[in-house]
Design a binder for this molecule. Sequence first.
Ligand code: WTA
Length: 700
Amino acid sequence: MQSRMGAILCNLCNEENIFIFIAVAMSDVYSPPERVAVESHCRGMETYKAMYKESVEEPHKFWGRIAEQFFWKKPLPTDLNDFMKYNFNVTEGPIKIEWMSGAQTNICYNALDRNVENGLGDRVAFYWVGNNPEDKGQITYSELLADVCKFSNALENIGVKKGDRVAIYMPMITELVVAMLACARIGAVHSIVFGGYSADSLATRICDAGAKILISADGVYRGTKMIKLLEIAVSAMEKSAEQGQEVTHHVCVSHIPRITGSDAEQQKNEETIARVWNDKRDLWWHEVMRDSSTEHECAWMDAEDPLFMLYTSGSTGKPKGVLHSTAGYLLYAATTFKYSFDHQPANDVYWCTADIGWITGHSYVTYGPLLNAATSVLFEGTPFHPTHKRCWEIVNEYRVSKFYTAPTAIRALMKFGDDQTKDYDLSCLKVLGTVGEPINPEAWQWYHKIVGNSQCSISDTYWQTETGGHIITPLPGATPTKPGSACFPFFGVVPEILDEEGKVIEGEGEGYIVFKQPWPGIMRTVYGDHDRFEKTYFSKFPGYYMSGDGAKRDKDGYIWITGRIDDMLNCSGHLMSTAQIESVLVEHPDVAESAVVPIPHNIKGEALYCFVTLNQNAEFTQELVTKLRNMIREKIAPFASPDFIQEAPGLPKTRSGKIMRRVLKKIANDDKDLGDISTMADSSVVDVLVEKRREMMEKK
Ligand code: WTA
């Protein structure tokens, strides 16, 4: 409910990071709905404030209490100083983060065995909903445990050991969850690559991780289109072998024959299998599972043993293998899930639309929900197939109470109008989450009013692959929300806003958002490159983890994420580096140089705008543009396809030769006010670029 007046709590931080709450009048603030607040794990700002204070001042107490709810093979450290050990200051030695060192556990055991032992074996873990509405299934906690044990045995049979990296390239099917949990169970490090990535991208990741095992599926439908995952996986294995990284075993799920599709596609799938299958390397999932035992003793992992790695774009272009470790990630995924969505195990049906190939799927499709014994929807399809009402159909059918999606999906759905939900009973919804990019207030309000019927809490969760879980987020039963603001820090998280010189901005202001101390779920290193970890996140502002995002704090203490401040762009919630796209463009023999900038897009959030400078004698043609676009699709992924590719006879550069992206951004956005261009070596290039842009737009 919206309270336009009245006393609302506002927080400010003093030097000791203790909240001082003062009453102020605010507008456009939405109080937690009573129906959510009454059952909430954290009701009201006073409770949040007290819990937050303990979490940052006495982390061992706060997290220790939570940790006791899980199973530890070797107990938690009794010495308080051993509970959280860290160095965030590069000038004082290597960056180090350790939580609960000395303890031993297994995250799979806590997600499955523990729940089954607690009598929840018959509870549905996932309702699987296929791309085609006719395809559906479900799996209980005990069934999931049995499958995970079988696959753990199968992995061990093919020689996978603790610490080995296993690459996974699969659609949203229950076998994906089984595969990742089996890795965790035996202590192998999973490296999941989103099923929309190209063979080149998959190969790069296989090589960087040194993975000898790959798990995939034959294919999947996205809408009406069949994606031949097996063909891409085989091509990636060939490419990685050329680079010296041999995949010795590849396990493939036979998915296409068991789902609804056309005979012609079925035929094509069989032909592909016949063409690419290699008996020495490739194994069918159902065959390795057939004789495998449902009994499996899990490997006990040290608290800081690696759990998984997941690649995220790096501003230099080379993706970074973000490494998460066992015990801290376990606590953080479980706790953020419980509080940010106010999970009620007895009544909730939860649905996160993210693909498991992204961090959101790791923390909030698999680990967070299972650690809380949740019942979730696992959705293979897209919100637009067969119609744009698919989400509302699913919410209605499964009585989803907590729903989590991305602003780009909300904006795309908004286009279909306000009456799209009217044929469905969505009164089951209580919490609506969003993630991936800043949500514009208009989309926030539509989500709240049209989807939530003004009866739901909105959780705008700000976080990153690196952070493991939510770091700035409202809590549904506690936080009065403002549309577009991620509100306040989660437990254990201490944000600061710094100016360019690294000076702390107190109160109202805008700058770099950084973090002062570790929470359990923060990444531990970049796989194989600790130096890059330190340089990327800790060197600009010694003493802080730097996220790369900008943020402002308003007069009431609310945090508003303003977006990336580095050379990254966020297209439909997919983070990409401009350097990564540029390096593909310059691979074309006609292209001498390129520069990529983001431009605002009303659905994707940001779209790619590319400037390319050609070699002498090369001609800028429509064919070249198509070729360049296809190269990006093939070398990175279809979702990275640029909206604009424009010719740039010259690029604006400083006298030292640095490309002035700030100026290019303005040109791409048709902004006439170019700001200070006194440092530009040759300002005449600007007029040419403006003219070329006009020509390109006229042709469109
Ligand atoms: C952006 C996704 C504003 C941000 C979980 C961050 C957001 C990047 C939000 C991480 C949000 C994510 N509000 N911006 N609620 N959530 N971002 O690693 O720029 O794929 O740094 O993790 O997405 O993207 P990543």
